[in-house]
Design a protein around this ligand. Sequence first.
Ligand SMILES: CC(C)(COP(=O)(O)OP(=O)(O)OC[C@H]1O[C@@H](n2cnc3c(N)ncnc32)[C@H](O)[C@@H]1OP(=O)(O)O)[C@@H](O)C(=O)NCCC(=O)NCCS
Length: 175
Amino acid sequence: MREKLEIREGSPSDSAAIEKLYPDAFPDEDLLPLVRELLQEPPIVLSLVGIIDRSRVGHVIFTTCGVARGTDKVALLGPLAVARAWQRQGIGSAIVHAGLQRLENAGVTQVYVLGDPAYYGRLGFVPEAGVEPPYPLPAEWRGAWQRISLSSAEPPLRGKLSLPKPWLQPSLWAP
Ligand SMILES: CC(C)(COP(=O)(O)OP(=O)(O)OC[C@H]1O[C@@H](n2cnc3c(N)ncnc32)[C@H](O)[C@@H]1OP(=O)(O)O)[C@@H](O)C(=O)NCCC(=O)NCCS
């Protein structure tokens, strides 16, 4: 990447840029209602903004959650968006890595994601079978449910992911 990318925690001053970023990155999907709701949920939500030359070019949210009947602190990655003009320049990967580092420092042991394995596999995510998403996934999406371990959970975690209300919408977990 030629220009310098700054990554920092999001703040209310980023709202207008975030409102433009998601429709630009996801022209066929309206993720803004979810993003708005999640941003109302600090401190369980970590919002990171990628900035180049004072433009917000990328954004990611991590929601800290748990696994039913367990004590491990875990998180869900999503949504992740990079402005179309800035895609494929390493920004998405850099923002995800920065978030994983912060979560590891905060004692989070596992991070889950529902996303394209071709993309998240490159970042170190592997298919997850022990911890289930809040709603059953259609067969064609099963490989999209993935995890990265930030520290070893012994024994491996099992159970259903418990998430805050903004994520408890079946439509977010189906095509
Ligand atoms: C997906 C997204 C977040 C990736 O961010 P990015 O900054 O463009 O990605 P990076 O530059 O870090 O990584 C680029 C690599 O990831 C892969 N990649 C990028 N977008 C991809 C996608 N939608 N599906 C599969 N692989 C993808 C490519 O292999 C690419 O490498 P290449 O250019 O050498 O082929 C971004 O492209 C985006 O916002 N896309 C639109 C929204 C979207 O599809 N989000 C879903 C996330 S699963």
